[in-house]
Design a protein around this ligand. Structure first.
Ligand code: HEC
Length: 158
């Protein structure tokens, strides 16, 4: 009897692996990418892609365990939510520099990347120096030339 229950549970787990969330992304213009549009230097590109792009862009790199049900659904949920609040692949949508300023803030406050992500991904762990580098860069995009422009926190601080 016990054995039978075990086989049923195992069977369900195996069958569940064939149920996968929708990972498709809509057509988008690569030219509207944050890093391209701002002509970001390569060290910044690497940091932002490593720490933010899995959830805030259409360029998600899925880890091998990202196919495991039910982890895949939890992961896709975070990604969909991340893309909804901020999508660096659609940077043309964020005029005014606010999104860049906010990005710097969430890094400064240690909110982004999320703790569970830093725990799981080496490339999500930013050193204090890397954090500062990103904060400075995002603040520059938020107020400086080459960014979407508009009101900026950099100006407010002056
Ligand atoms: C593991 C997925 C994930 C990663 C990686 C990630 N984010 Fe997020 N981010 C989210 C989710 C989910 C939300 C929405 C819920 C929330 O605010 O916690 C969010 C919200 C935000 C917001 C809006 C905050 C607000 O208060 O409305 C900003 C800005 C942001 N992220 C910037 C970043 C930046 C910059 C990075 C990289 C340094 C990053 N995120 C990395 C998932 C992620």
């Amino acid at each position: 009897m016990r054995k039978r229950v075990l086989f049923v549970v195992l069977g369900i787990l195996v069958a569940a692996q064939f149920i996968q969330p929708d990972r498709s992304v809509p057509a988008f213009d690569p030219a509207n990418d944050l890093l391209l549009a701002t002509n970001a230097p390569s060290d910044i590109r690497q940091l932002v892609i490593g720490a933010c792009y899995d959830c805030h862009s259409y360029q998600t790199t899925y880890p091998w365990y990202g196919r495991l049900t039910p982890l895949n659904f939890i992961m896709q949920d975070h990604i969909n939510e991340g893309r909804e609040v901020l999508n660096f692949s659609l940077w043309d949508r964020y005029a005014g520099g606010e999104a860049a300023g906010e990005s710097g803030e969430t890094i400064q406050e240690g909110e982004m990347p999320p703790g569970y992500y830093r725990f799981m991904h080496g490339h999500g762990k930013l050193t204090a120096a890397q954090q500062q580098q990103l904060i400075t860069w995002f603040n520059g995009v938020s107020g400086g030339e080459g960014g979407p422009g508009g009101e900026s926190e950099a100006e407010e601080r002056e």
